[in-house]
Every structure is written in C-alpha cells, then in structure tokens.
Design a protein around this ligand. Structure first.
Ligand SMILES: Cc1cc2nc3c(=O)[nH]c(=O)nc-3n(C[C@H](O)[C@H](O)[C@H](O)COP(=O)(O)OP(=O)(O)OC[C@H]3O[C@@H](n4cnc5c(N)ncnc54)[C@H](O)[C@@H]3O)c2cc1C
Length: 384
C-alpha cells in the first residue's frame, strides 16, 4: 500500500501527467493541501487547449445555451459549473498572490444579445433553463443594452449572466506553475510520458520518451485531448478543434463584458487584445487554421462590433477541446494507483478548480460527495 500524508490522508507523492488547465489545477490543490506533487508536461505547461481557449468562466451561458437540457447529467453538471465559478473567487486571489504574472480575473459578467429575429426566442428558452438550473440572469431591453455596451451593434435586447467572468487564459499556466512551486511542488517540462509503470498490481509511475522513469504513490492522467496509451478505452477523448482570432483593439472601444452572441463570442483581454471565437470541429486533430473558418469568425466579429469593420485579425490559432463519450468530465480512480482527470471539453478553464476538488475527494483527502460519483470513471454511460 502507498504511504499516506498524515495531515490530509493524501498519497505521499502524486505524479500528474499533463500540465494544462486541469493537471496544474489538480497539482495546485494537492500542493496547497500539503501533498507532494510532481507535474510532467510533454512540452511547456499551459500551452495546450488552455492557451488556445477563450478563458471565459461562463457557467451561466454554458448551462443555458450549450448544455443539452435532456442530458442525464444536465442538472449535476450545471451545478458543478456554478460551484467551479464560485471556487474561482477564492482561487484567483490566492494563486495571484503567489505569482508576478497577472491572471486578469474579471467578474463583470457575460451577455447574450439577440441580434437577429428568432434569437429573442432563444433568449426566452435560455431564461427558462436558467430558472431550472438556478442560474442568475437579467433580461435587458434594447435601450438598456446600448447603455451597457455602446460599442456593440444594436440588438433587440440581451440576457445578462452577472456571475460569469473571464481570466487571461494565456497567463494561467505561468500563474499556477508559480503557485505550485511556491508550495514545494515540482513542475517538469519537455517530459513526455509514454507508458505507465505497474508494480504489485498497481500503477506506480510512468516511463518517459527517452527511457527515464518517474515513480510515485499514484499517477493522475490529465493529458487533455492527446491520446495516451495508458488511458482505458472508455475514457478515450474525442478532440474537438476550435479556431479563434485576435484583433488589436483598444479596451475602451471593446465590449466591457464578455459577449456570448449566438454566432460569435468576443472577450477583451489586457493589453488591447480582443479575441473572437470559436469553431467547433469534432474529430479534427490538426492545429492548422483554415482561411474559410477564420474569415467567418472575422465577419461575425465585425457584425457584432461595427468599429471592427475593415480591421484585420492579427493572430489566428486553433486548439483541441477534450470531449469524453458523454461530453462530461471524468475524474477519479480507474485502477489501483491510476486516476483520470479528463474530459473538461468546452469548459476546462472554468471547471479546473472544481475538477481539482473532485480529484481530492477521489483520493480520499476530503469527504466524498455525490458530484464525485456523477463524474466518476465508473459511470455506466462511459461503459456502454
Ligand atoms: C478554441 C477553444 C476555446 C475554449 N474556450 C474556453 C473558455 O472560454 N472557457 C473554458 O472554460 N474552456 C474553454 N475551452 C476548453 C478548455 O481550453 C479545455 O477544456 C481545457 O484547456 C482542458 O484542459 P486540459 O488540462 O484537460 O488540457 P490542456 O489544457 O490541453 O492540457 C493538456 C496538457 O497535457 C500535456 N500532455 C499531453 N500528453 C502528454 C504526455 N503523454 N506526457 C506529458 N504531458 C502530456 C500537454 O502538453 C498539455 O500541456 C476552450 C477550448 C478551445 C480549444
């Protein structure tokens, strides 16, 4: 049996494979709880999907517009996203205090305008779902919207999610790396794990490309959308490619809140960066962008923000969202010594603190809640 930290009933040493939003969040939660943790990343931490993302903490929008209302886990997932959003309020200042890099945590809310006919009905439906899922919303008129966001194209009104927000996702990796190291955690980059090591019927470490071995009491796989030989078949990820663009655009001329329009989203980041996204291309693994998709994003951004007319995008990129078979996160033990922290799909930046807490529960460090069972690798939906 692995030895345990006396203080928290944590494994003495946890090895986390993958330093993305989820792996780093798990490592931070463990290190902050007094556990010994080592993160291995194939490249540089924080440069995978988290870097490519929109960095939005949009529990409200996602529950009301993106979540399939008939999904068997719709209610628990909406509640999980809301609790992750609340956790961000504690996490952001805490990790920020341990890093010189600005996390850009912003709680100004998000809004969904109804630009076209037919979209008002979508807002009505979303408002009904908000009641069902316990999401705080505010419906605003066309006039109120123009006062709130004068730079936007006039719309027939909007649904506001006051609790939504965003961070600077490109800073998240560096901030969490600093926070983990400040608690004595180890982060090792350019270290690609290629296989699991087993001893006495349990996973006890990994072998790296090049042959080095790392051993620990348990291993957490947080490899995002990338395939890994040690991932059981039921937990193989479907990569869902997303392309995005950036404009250089002054903050004062950008929307002040995150705009989650039905055809495009716009999020103003620090340094005059305005990002717009995103495509959704299941099964695509290439990180190349294509001219047609980029042109569509630019056109939709310009339609939502008239000041952008004629302004060219200065950067374009793509990332891969890790989607599980039932589109829900997978956190927990899959065999002795092996834990999964996968499937954050569209919401890994938002969900990161929540998934880290589920990992602590699965490890036995904190009392197990029903949420851990909903998102456990043991759920039937993954096996069927
Ligand atoms: C275009 C786009 C927009 C998005 N917008 C948002 C948003 O606004 N809000 C939100 O919450 N989410 C958003 N997401 C989703 C979010 O980015 C992902 O859910 C999240 O980044 C997943 O985190 P992860 O740690 O599982 O994967 P990643 O962030 O991709 O990290 C995986 C890490 O594992 C490493 N790795 C992989 N294999 C190995 C190996 N064998 N050995 C060692 N290391 C390995 C990789 O190098 C990488 O660093 C978006 C995603 C995309 C693509």
């Amino acid at each position: 049996m692995p030895s345990r930290s006396l203080a928290q009933n944590l494994p003495d040493h946890t090895l986390i494979v993958g330093g993305g939003a989820i792996g780093l969040a798990c490592a931070w939660a463990l290190a902050d709880s007094g556990g010994r943790v080592t993160v291995l990343d194939a490249a540089e931490t924080g440069q995978g999907a988290v870097w490519a993302s929109g960095g939005m903490l949009a529990a409200g929008f996602e529950a009301c517009f993106e979540l399939e209302p008939d999904h068997p886990l719709a209610e628990p997932y909406a509640a999980f996203l809301r609790s992750a959003q609340r956790l961000w309020r504690e996490w952001a200042p805490k990790v920020q205090a341990l890093s010189a890099q600005a996390l850009g945590y912003d709680q100004q809310g998000s809004l969904t305008p109804a630009f076209r006919s037919g979209e008002t009905e979508r807002l009505d439906q979303a408002e009904a779902l908000a009641k069902r899922f316990g999401v705080l919303t505010e419906r605003v008129s066309a006039q109120a919207l123009s006062r709130m966001e004068p730079n936007l194209t006039p719309a027939q009104g909007a649904l506001v999610f006051p609790n939504d927000g965003q961070i600077d996702n490109r800073a998240l990796g560096a901030v969490l790396k600093d926070a983990i190291r400040s608690r004595g955690g180890e982060v090792i980059e350019q270290a690609r794990a290629v296989s699991l090591l087993r001893e006495g019927g349990r996973v006890c470490g990994v072998r790296l490309q090049g042959g080095d071995e790392y051993k620990a009491d348990c291993v957490v796989l947080a490899t995002g959308a990338e395939p890994f030989d040690g991932v059981p078949e039921f937990a193989r990820m479907i990569p869902v490619k997303g392309q995005m663009v950036r404009f250089d655009w002054p903050r004062a001329a950008a929307p002040q809140r995150v705009v989650r329009a039905l055809s495009i989203y716009l999020a103003a980041k620090s340094g005059g960066r305005l990002i717009a996204g995103a495509s959704s291309e299941p099964g695509e693994t290439s990180l190349e962008t294509d001219a047609q998709t980029i042109a569509r994003l630019v056109e939709a951004a310009q339609a939502a923000l008239p000041g952008l007319a004629g302004v060219a995008a200065v950067e374009q990129w793509a990332g891969l969202r890790p989607q599980s078979r039932d589109s829900m996160p997978i956190v927990g033990a899959s065999e002795p010594g092996l834990y999964l922290a996968l499937g954050a799909y569209r919401n890994g930046v938002l969900a990161a603190p929540g998934m880290a807490l589920l990992l602590l529960e699965s490890l036995g460090a904190t009392p197990r809640t029903a949420t851990t069972d909903y998102f456990s690798p043991d759920r039937l939906a993954l096996r069927s």
